[in-house]
Write a protein that binds this ligand. Structure first.
Ligand SMILES: Cc1cc2nc3c(=O)[nH]c(=O)nc-3n(C[C@H](O)[C@H](O)[C@H](O)COP(=O)(O)O)c2cc1C
Length: 354
């Protein structure tokens, strides 16, 4: 393996390579995070969809597989505002899709399928002495951040604009993950409308590097050694790659989704699945709601309407309503076990950087 230069993050996090497997709540497995961590990268685990009473067990499952640092990731969105009229409108709008999959429209008012980061999470997290904790959609209150830091954790915040990066540092982040427009999954945007925060990785990373004093992670559209080398040249101290790891057998990904990634040139930003802007491969559900994004229930209430369609789609072997998060680099996907992929990425990037 060629010599890797150290970066402020390889030193701070004790990594062999400045490569982070992105937290991906919908695809998270302990095996994926541990495989990357044990191979010298930073493995991550997205806990956003983990019920609080499962949190300790899932942390223990990761710890059984690795004693290396792992990035624990949470969402900290504002709690949604219920709106029964909007719920009804959504059920009506999606009626043809429910009928196509022989489903009844979901009953009752939409309920949030998972909570925002709270003191309940903190109580379980603190005794686990997390080394790295990252947040999407802003940060939790200052006293949560202080408690995590007192327990020895570094805090990563996700920014999609320079303004968000500066805000995150002012509110306690130690490291910024600069997430470009190309990124798969949810956009971390939290200060302005996502439509006003659509900056590509190539433009965003150097501006964030210039604006903050802390280490910056580049995310969005990075799929191979070329992307890694380019991001480091822009001043990033590490890269965070999500879509690239969806081809690993350790990731929890529907086979249909994985297959679609190879041809995934038509990705869209959509609120159709969760109520918050996220990038995925275009399909019938996304098309159906494309002109009605303003009517979609608050994040994450929209999952009340999309989950049954996603599940039915998977069961029927159809991509029509399947949630297929993907970054714009998806067709560059290579299917490999995570440790092998990580080493291949490191090798490619090191050769270019040399
Ligand atoms: C399937 C999927 C799920 C994701 N889930 C999360 C998540 O739970 N938390 C988070 O902070 N980011 C999440 N992201 C975004 C990633 O952290 C990262 O910003 C993104 O994958 C980078 O772009 P790329 O997919 O082009 O590599 C997700 C991305 C994907 C593709």
């Amino acid at each position: 393996m060629p010599h890797w230069p150290t970066t402020p993050l390889t030193e701070r996090f004790g990594l062999r390579y400045p490569i982070i497997q992105a937290p991906m709540a919908s695809a998270a497995t302990a095996e994926l995070a541990a495989a990357v961590a044990n191979a010298g990268g930073l493995g991550s685990y997205g806990f956003a969809m983990t019920p609080v009473d499962r949190l300790a067990d899932e942390i223990a499952a990761i710890r059984r597989l690795t004693n290396q640092p792992v990035n624990f990731n949470f969402f900290c969105h504002a709690p949604p505002v219920p709106d029964p009229e909007r719920d009804q409108q959504m059920a009506d709008r999606l009626a043809p899709l429910y009928a196509a999959f022989d489903l009844s429209p979901p009953a009752g008012p939409a309920a949030a399928p998972y909570p925002t980061f709270s003191e309940a999470h903190l109580e379980i997290l603190l005794p686990a002495l997390p080394t790295i904790v990252s947040f999407q959609f802003g940060l939790p209150p200052r006293f949560h951040i202080e408690a995590l830091k007192a327990a020895g954790a570094f805090i990563i915040g996700t920014a999609t604009t320079v303004e968000e990066a500066v805000w995150l540092v002012e509110h306690g982040a130690d490291v910024i993950c600069a997430q470009g427009f190309e990124a798969g999954g949810h956009r971390g945007t939290f200060l302005r409308d996502p439509a006003a925060s659509e900056i590509g990785t190539l433009a965003l990373v150097p501006q964030v590097v210039d604006a903050v004093r802390c280490p910056v992670i580049a995310a969005g559209g990075i799929m191979d050694g070329r992307g890694i080398a380019a991001a480091l040249m822009l001043g990033a101290a590490a890269v965070q790659m999500g879509t690239a790891f969806l081809g690993c057998p350790e990731a929890k990904v529907q086979p249909l989704h994985r297959r679609a990634l190879h041809a995934g040139t038509d990705t869209r930003l959509t609120k159709a699945y969760s109520g918050r802007s996220a990038r995925g491969i275009a399909n019938r559900l996304i098309e159906t709601l494309a002109a009605h994004e303003a009517e979609i229930p608050d994040f994450p209430l929209q999952q009340h309407f999309s989950r049954p369609l996603n599940a039915a789609s998977a069961l029927r072997g159809s991509t029509e309503c399947l949630q297929m998060w993907a970054g714009q680099g998806a067709p560059l996907l290579r299917e490999r076990p995570a440790a092998e992929l990580l080493k291949m990425l490191a090798h490619e990037a090191a050769a270019l950087l040399a």
